[in-house]
Design a protein around this ligand. Structure first.
Ligand code: NAD
Length: 572
């Protein structure tokens, strides 16, 4: 590292000790202040002549970059502009993002990042993170040591096989770890130089990418079976050796593989899968807040999933844990879950049920008392009328799954049904927020996976809460780094969900929103981090001493996008 963050012994003021001078400081996004270097810094760091003579304030720089951002036509161009800003001055980049968080989160992450992954090989500009490819499998430790920071705090890793709802994007999947780590910093205050995105490149089965002469990944089919698993095992072993104590987050792995890798490694290092556990945390938080609107208890809820994949798996398991905490036994809690997939209601008499589906499969005997047109394919609407769920969750990635008939059925069996069409991107959403509100005569408590504008119905304005995982995972990352968590448990996600739900104000609820406003997301991350740490201590996964002045300590650990005074100090 060419710099160290230090504190004045007398005043405890922080400053950046630069270990090099001149152009190298301008080339490094962690040390570059562009035109904001003071005269004293320019003298000491040999910067005169390398930058124009006028000295800008951070506010003036913000004006300059926001004007340039707005001048870009289209979200992809805006994304490319922001990436180049991130590459040259990360303080300015993150300050710009935090000043315009609602406008910019969809540009640095979903939905724009989907197109970024698809077009990756055509819009590639500059190196970021690490590409760990299968043909380098005998040099994994050496590759990890190439990362300039020897002590990264958070790794986000993907193998690019299931990028959002867009399938296999091969090396283009790198857009996801990069974007996600932006949110760790923006929302959770994880220092940007501690963020390490990694692309595990094992090839791709996407024919379009393989046929593209500009494709930047390994030009081969995906490495299958045992060879793939050995590569992942060796990668994790290398991470544990080179970066002990780092948080390793799995992202956008293919469904069955995501569940398998999480189960394999969760007890060996500090690790979690956001598609499974982060999704569960944010959805359960929305349910807790929704209960404050309906005035009901969790123990009285019945939950129906449309879609029985990785997201449903994580959410269902966490709901069951929450129901158990509210007094139900395991079997009784599981009986509160119904899953419908592309073949209709999941029942135990199906052939070759995956483990997750088997856990929540219903007894076919139940169907005998049901009125169903076709017992081998019980539809979503039929399941609603028969099971009378209070909560309907959409994790099907299939647009239009929540038809008018489905929403009306939920409204027929509930005074205040919770209807969460969670699938991303917007084109995959089970229904529009407006439809859920209109078809339920304004009674549905709605949260979505994609952002939706407020809906006006019968003179009431509904703010649509977005069940964005960014309310949870940055807080877990912050908790892991600031609290020294040794492992990440499901209990931490449940604790985080409760902390997030507690951040929903009466004003939010009056606007029918089950999530806080996005501009309060750092405050939410702080609460989630503290809740995760407390839970970690309770489970013996963190030191008790961390609880002293916990909030203040965690807040102090949050990186803030502001320029620190800079001095030259040769490396020790
Ligand atoms: P997945 O591919 O693992 O699962 C999709 C499931 O939907 C499968 O079980 C499939 O059989 C089922 N399905 C397909 N068509 C259906 C239909 N017509 N009716 C009912 N079920 C149907 O995908 P996943 O990882 O579980 O993600 C699902 C969706 O959830 C994605 O769009 C993803 O973007 C979204 N998601 C949202 C959030 C969030 O909002 N916070 C978080 C994670 C995932």
């Amino acid at each position: 590292m060419i710099f160290t963050i230090k504190q004045e012994p007398a005043t405890a003021h922080r400053y950046l000790a630069a270990h090099v001078k001149g152009a190298e400081l301008l080339m490094n996004p962690s040390t570059n202040k562009g035109t904001a270097f003071t005269n004293a810094e320019r003298d000491e760091l040999d910067l005169h002549g390398l930058i124009p003579p006028a000295i800008s304030t951070l506010e003036q720089q913000l004006q300059r970059v926001y004007d340039a951002f707005q001048a870009k036509a289209g979200n992809l161009e805006k994304h490319i502009y922001l990436s180049s800003l991130q590459d040259r001055n990360e303080t300015l980049f993150f300050r710009l993002l935090s000043e315009h968080i609602e406008e910019m989160m969809p540009i640095v992450y979903t939905p724009t990042v989907g197109e970024v992954c698809q077009r990756f090989s055509h819009i590639y500009r500059r190196a970021r993170g690490l590409y760990v490819s299968y043909d380098q499998r005998h040099h994994l430790e050496r590759i990890l040591k190439d990362f300039p920071n020897p002590h990264p705090a958070v790794i986000v890793v993907t193998d690019g096989q299931r990028i959002l709802g867009l399938g296999d994007q091969g090396a283009g999947g790198m857009g996801i770890p990069i974007g996600k780590l932006c949110l760790y910093t923006l929302c959770g205050g994880v220092a940007p130089y501690g963020a390490l995105p990694i692309m595990l490149d094992v090839g791709t089965d996407n024919e379009e990418r393989l046929a593209d002469p500009l494709y930047l990944g390994l030009r081969q089919k995906r490495v299958p079976g045992h060879a793939y698993q050995k590569f992942v095992d060796d990668f994790v072993a290398a991470v544990m050796k080179v970066f002990p104590g780092v948080l390793l987050q799995w992202e956008d792995f293919y469904k069955g593989n995501a569940i398998k890798q999480l189960a394999r490694f969760r007890d060996r290092l500090c690790t979690f899968n956001d598609d499974i556990q982060g999704t569960a945390g944010v959805v359960v938080a929305g349910i807790f807040a929704g209960l404050r609107i309906s005035g009901q208890r969790l123990r009285d809820q019945r939950v129906l999933f449309a879609g029985a994949g990785a997201a449903a798996h994580g959410i269902a398991d966490l709901i069951v844990s929450a129901l158990q905490e509210d007094g139900l036994g395991l079997a009784e809690a599981r009986q509160r879950i119904w899953t419908v997939d592309s073949q209709g209601l999941v029942t135990r008499d199906r052939h070759e049920l995956e483990d997750f589906k088997a856990t929540y499969a219903r007894d076919p005997g139940e169907l005998l008392s049901y009125t169903c047109a076709n017992r081998s394919h019980v539809t979503l609407a039929e399941t609603i009328l028969n099971a009378r769920p209070t909560i309907l969750l959409g994790t099907s990635a299939t647009p239009g799954t929540f038809t008018e008939e489905v929403v009306r059925a939920m409204a027929a069996v509930n005074q205040r049904p919770m209807i969460f069409p969670l699938s991303n991107p917007t084109s995959c959403c089970e229904c529009r927020a407006e439809d859920a509100i209109r078809w339920s005569d304004g009674r549905a408590i709605v949260a979505t996976g994609s952002p939706f504008a407020p809906v006006v119905f019968n003179g009431h304005t509904f703010r649509i809460g977005q069940g964005n995982n960014a309310y949870i995972f940055p807080g877990i990352g912050l908790g892991a780094t600031a609290g020294g968590l040794r492992r990440i448990s499901d209990g931490m996600f449940l604790a985080g969900a409760k902390a997030l739900a507690a951040k929903v104000t009466e004003a939010d609820l009056a606007a029918s929103a089950v999530y806080p406003e996005v501009r309060r997301i750092r405050e939410c991350s702080l609460a989630v981090a503290c809740a995760a740490i407390r839970q970690g201590v309770a489970e013996g996964l963190a030191e008790v001493s961390i609880l002293e002045n916990l909030e203040a300590r965690v807040q102090e650990a949050m990186w803030v996008p502001e320029y620190l005074p800079m001095r030259y100090e040769p490396a020790d």
